[in-house]
Write a protein of this length. Structure first.
Length: 178
């Protein structure tokens, strides 16, 4: 079904759900996962006239490395890549990276912007859904108040099981992903 799944992460609980979904699909389909994170820099120059990075490069790389290690620990073939783009160009950077790597599916988290914020600025996931030429899966984060505190390995395992079930849905004809 899929040979390469690209998952875009930003370290938020929303992107953790996307990572779990990618792991579940890869476990079921036996495909390769490429983890990407866009290292953003502000497009409005500071007083020095230089556009400022919104995070440190080593922190961004550590985020990608940790995600890849998590997938590999679960027996999934994965690699990571750090992208760089201005804040407004994050969706384009993810779409271009997916084309470059030949990804069959892009998975992103859904931040859940308010109606007004979403209308004014749009969201990365919404823009990717609108522009990407491959299927896009938007993973949603559950209600944090209903979650029970468990260790990371147990939570990852539970999420993986749930997303293996999601992968079964993808095999059904007519499943709407995008």
């Amino acid at each position: 079904m899929f040979d390469t799944v690209m998952v875009a992460i930003d370290g938020s609980p929303y992107s953790n759900e996307a990572l779990a979904a990618a792991g579940g699909i890869a476990a079921k389909a036996g495909c390769h996962v490429e983890v990407v994170h866009v290292h953003e820099h502000d497009f409005i120059p500071g007083k020095s006239g230089v556009a400022l990075d919104l995070e440190r490069v080593d922190d961004a790389q550590a985020l990608v490395d940790k995600a890849v290690e998590s997938l590999v620990a679960d027996g999934i073939t994965a690699k990571g890549r750090l992208l760089r783009a201005q804040t407004r160009d994050v969706p384009r950077a993810i779409i271009d990276a997916a084309k470059e790597s030949g990804a069959d599916l892009i998975i992103v988290g859904r931040r859940g912007l308010s109606s007004l914020t979403g209308m004014l600025f749009g969201s990365v996931s919404n823009k990717i859904v609108q522009v990407a030429t491959v299927p896009v899966m938007v993973a949603h984060w559950g209600d944090p108040a209903s979650e029970i505190a468990v260790d990371d390995a147990a939570r990852r395992s539970a999420l993986r099981e749930r997303d293996v079930s999601t992968a079964h849905l993808l095999e059904q004809p007519g499943t709407f992903i995008r």
